[in-house]
Design a protein around this ligand. Structure first.
Ligand code: PLP
Length: 461
């Protein structure tokens, strides 16, 4: 037996034992799942919330903690998929929401607070203009529409393995997302793992396949080549500048500038999907952390302080197209409740100091996990950027999606049940990351590192 086979066998034993324990101690979740199955497919509000055989259902959250429907407390490292950088029930966010609730929750008319949040987002993320939407999906959808309107072109270039929401234009070659749809190991007619432009969902029109060109992340030359091969046809290059759908992959030096230059040479629009990066990796998101601005960018998640929000914006020469025939609207856009929460989050909670705290805790967490893996011969590495970070079970850092395919998901699955049984609430997939909040403490991080250290010892046998 090779070392890795031995680790996988140990991981399977751990996962089996821990999953049994998890199911034994969550009767409330089991009962709610049975009830929910009648009204909600898979018993959940979104495919990403599903669990096998059922998810742990939460009841409340406060500070860095959440409680499940059985009353068990967890330190929350799931962070609502990157939303909860403010933590739970932060007093400043709660106060802002309460004040709005008393004065009218919705008008479908722009309020002064909406304008104030637009000003804050523009100055913080270096945008000339922006518009509100209600989710990350809408943000990338509208940014792409504006790019298509401005260029008069249809095609987009997208990175292999990246996720930009669930609208039809971008549901191609998002393979980790296929986990929840049971498609991860899908192969094409020649028996190869999906690498090319392949739909990740049923129901995506066939006509759209030809509009999406897939290239590897961290390869500016591949983008230049795709732009040349499709001269005059590509509206936009869209990417997560730090790719987070496969763990956490940082851009190589020069990569982002290379993309911007290539886009300018070929008249395409560079779109950053900052849905996860914005508000987590630095006060000013990617342009601040990595120094290169896009033409347009999409935001959601952390910028709403936990409320439903999205935004996209950038250079005014592109944004002006929303007034020249590119549809950009929505009943809930700029909803008072959401913008009040977002404004409180960005101006009162997620201050520059907050990012020092997040960075310090993130590094402590990443270093602790790395040490545990190194001491026990577990093949993996850690990455951390501000509030986000992760363990990836491959010794060397990843540069693109194909590297992610070399990770060992069996080790993640064992760690998931191990950690959740020790009071650490985690995201359910190995493509996700932890999210730390301003309300997390060194004690929360120590708890994580200790439990992870024990997991590595158990794994090593
Ligand atoms: C990078 C990225 N873009 C877009 C989205 C879609 O955002 P939403 O789920 O708010 O529609 C997500 C969601 O996880 C994301 O991670």
């Amino acid at each position: 037996m090779t070392d890795i086979e031995r680790l996988k066998a140990r991981a399977a034993d751990i996962a089996e034992k821990e999953t049994r324990h998890l199911l034994d101690r969550t009767p409330g979740s089991k009962a709610l799942h049975e009830r929910a199955l009648k009204s909600l497919p898979s018993g959940v509000a979104s495919n990403f919330q599903a669990g096998d055989p059922y998810p742990v259902y939460l009841k409340r959250g406060s500070g860095s903690k959440v409680w499940d429907v059985d009353g068990t407390e967890y330190a929350d490292f799931h962070g609502g998929f990157g939303v909860n950088v403010v933590g739970h029930a932060h007093p400043k966010i709660v106060e802002a929401i309460r004040a709005v609730a008393d004065q009218g929750i919705h008008f479908a008319v722009t309020t002064e607070t909406t304008v104030a949040l637009a000003e804050e987002i523009c100055s913080r993320f270096q945008l000339e203009q922006m518009r509100f939407v209600n989710s990350g999906t809408e943000a990338t959808m509208d940014a792409i529409r504006v790019a298509r309107a401005a260029t008069g072109r249809d095609k987009i270039i997208k990175m292999e393995g990246s996720y930009h929401g669930h609208h039809d234009s971008v549901l191609f070659s998002v393979v980790p997302e296929a986990d929840v749809l049971g498609l991860r190991h899908n192969v094409d007619h020649e028996g190869k793992v999906w690498y090319t432009t392949q739909p990740t969902s049923k129901g995506v029109p066939r006509a759209l396949w030809d509009t999406v060109i897939i290239v590897p992340f961290n390869d500016a030359e591949a983008v230049e080549q795709a732009l040349k091969d499709n001269e005059g046809e590509v509206a936009a290059v869209i990417l997560e500048p730090v790719m987070m759908n496969i763990g956490l992959v940082v851009p190589k030096p020069g990569y982002l500038q290379g993309l911007r230059d290539a886009c300018e040479r070929h008249g395409a629009v560079l779109i950053y999907d900052e849905v996860k990066c914005g508000g987590t990796i630095a006060y000013g998101g990617t342009p601040e952390r990595f120094g290169v601005k896009p033409h347009l960018a999409a935001y959601a998640k952390a910028v709403g302080g936990g409320a439903t929000i999205g935004a996209f914006g950038g250079e005014a020469r592109f944004m002006e197209w929303v007034g020249k025939g590119a549809a950009q609207q929505g009943t809930f856009n700029g909803n008072p409740l959401s913008v009040a929460a977002g404004l409180a989050a960005l101006t009162k909670v997620l201050t520059r100091d907050a990012y020092d705290h997040l960075g310090k805790l993130g590094t402590m967490l990443a270093e602790g996990c790395q040490r545990a893996m190194d001491e026990n011969g577990v093949p993996g590495h850690t990455m951390d950027l501000g509030a986000k970070g992760c363990v990836s079970y491959r010794k060397e850092p990843l540069t693109n999606y194909r590297d992610f395919l070399e990770t060992v998901p069996e080790l993640f699955y064992a760690s998931f049940s191990w950690m959740i049984n020790r009071g650490l609430f985690m995201t359910p997939g190995d493509e996700e990351q932890w999210t730390i909040s301003v309300q997390h403490t060194e004690e929360d991080v120590r708890k994580y590192v200790d439990a992870f250290g024990e997991f590595c010892v158990e794994l090593a046998g």
